[in-house]
Design a protein around this ligand. Structure first.
Ligand SMILES: [Zn+2]
Length: 99
């Protein structure tokens, strides 16, 4: 298959409401909370991405408000640290690891 540019995943892409399941081509993982911080009145979690294992900070208000995108691989994280990514992009990561 020819590589084509894939749009960043959005919450609208994740769920197939008609079928009541994850949409085709979407995979789910869980972000791992490695820290719970508060800085100048702003509370945030330090999270390890469930897909690329990169670390990033997620403000608690932003999670409640609609989620956070991993800055490393563009996976989306929701309010309970569930993460979503295009299957095609995850496979690419695995290929890299096996190379
Ligand atoms: Zn990531």
């Amino acid at each position: 298959m020819k590589a084509k540019k894939i749009k960043k995943i959005r919450f609208d892409d994740i769920y197939d409401h008609a079928e009541k399941r994850l949409a085709d081509g979407v995979v789910e993982s869980n972000g791992v909370v490695v820290g719970d911080h508060s800085d100048h009145g702003k509370s945030y979690y330090e999270v390890r991405c469930g897909f690329c294992s990169g670390y990033f900070d997620a403000y608690k208000w932003s999670l409640r408000g609609g989620g956070k995108r991993c800055p490393h691989c563009d996976a989306l994280m929701g309010s309970t640290f569930q993460m979503y990514q295009w299957e095609a992009l995850v496979k690419k990561e695995e290929d890299k690891a096996n190379a």
